[in-house]
Design a protein around this ligand. Structure first.
Ligand code: ZN
Length: 319
């Protein structure tokens, strides 16, 4: 109860500071929503965030063992009024769609509650001087969406101001279902691929063009992209690997829908924190090493590995 009261108190303070506070939990996810304070470990940076952060599971044994109890994940939203009302409205619609497609049941992740903090980057410290987060990513139980003003002001505006929402949401899905895989191209390639599939379906925008900066290294040294330290542009190589994986599955007899289902849903329905490769073999039917060998027979043309048509997300997600 103390925890509940503390949460309410925090929300009251935030509500006074932030103009747009949407703290209503998803009505489709009843059940216990109060995090167990004994299981909330250190807020280790999320493996989904590129850069100098440490993936969960590699920093310490304590992090690896941190699991929240099985729960339906609650998401709270703190949207700063520096973001245009149009963005905030679309955010709400997108979250409803995303929660339907990929419900956030926690099985192996560290948290039962996540809070989305969103603001436009020209706002000064909208969540307090000590907040300390920037960019976009999942950090512990915080989903950070700092949207660059330039993405609104460019002509035309950048779709990234919206695609970042399904991207980061999908990371929360990965984490809650599997605890997170220790492989950048699986984590980021799927999230980045999903953001393009989402914006294609709901806005009829081709965002794969922004992820077409594929380099030959992905053909000759694909294992390098398991590591967050290997640079790439807009996750293009990771997206390419996921699309090749999809193409390989289809060539082995899967439908476009069932291949996406294996990649976006089935694979993540297991504890992947210590071992992401065994599950890969189980779900896809070939080893990671065999997949890497197959990659060498491709060219670095992203368009050549896109499916001929895109099924509705509901056909390969949870609904
Ligand atoms: Zn990401």
């Amino acid at each position: 109860m103390l925890v509940v009261l503390a949460v309410v108190a925090v929300l009251a303070v935030v509500a006074a500071v932030v103009a747009a506070v949407l703290t209503t939990p998803d009505p489709t996810t009843p059940g216990p929503t109060t995090p167990d304070p004994t299981t909330l470990g250190p807020t280790t940076p999320d493996p989904t965030t590129p850069g100098p952060t440490t993936p969960v599971g590699t920093s310490s044994a304590t992090t690896t063992l941190t699991i929240a109890p099985a729960c339906d994940v609650r998401m709270m939203y703190r949207l700063h009024d520096s973001l245009p009302w149009e963005w905030q409205q679309k955010f709400g619609v997108m979250m409803a769609n995303l929660r339907r497609h990929f419900p956030l049941r926690n099985d192996y992740g560290p948290h039962c509650t996540y809070t989305v903090y969103a603001w436009r980057d020209d706002a000064t410290q909208p969540f307090g001087d000590s907040f300390g987060y920037s960019g976009a990513g999942v950090y512990g139980d915080k989903v950070i969406l700092e949207i660059p003003k330039s993405e609104f002001d460019s002509n035309p505006p950048s779709w990234h101001r919206y695609t970042v929402i399904p991207h980061e949401y999908y990371h929360v899905y990965q984490l809650s279902r599997s605890g997170g895989a220790l492989c950048k191209w699986m984590l980021e390639g799927t999230a980045a691929c999903f953001e393009s599939l989402y914006i294609k379906q709901y806005e009829d925008v081709d965002y794969f063009g922004e992820q077409s900066y594929v380099t030959s290294e992905v053909l000759t040294s694909p294992s390098a992209f398991e590591d967050y330290n290997t640079p790439e542009t807009n996750y293009s190589n990771s997206v390419f690997m996921v699309l090749v994986l999809h193409k390989e599955l289809v060539e082995r007899g899967e439908t476009v829908e069932s291949a996406f289902s294996k990649i976006f849903r089935e694979y993540w329905a297991a504890d992947l924190r210590a071992d992401w490769k065994t599950r890969f073999h189980e779900v896809f039917g070939f080893s990671v090493e065999d997949f890497y060998t197959r990659l060498s027979s491709y060219t670095t043309n992203l368009q050549s590995v896109l499916p001929a048509s895109f099924p509705q997300i509901s056909e390969y997600s949870h609904g």
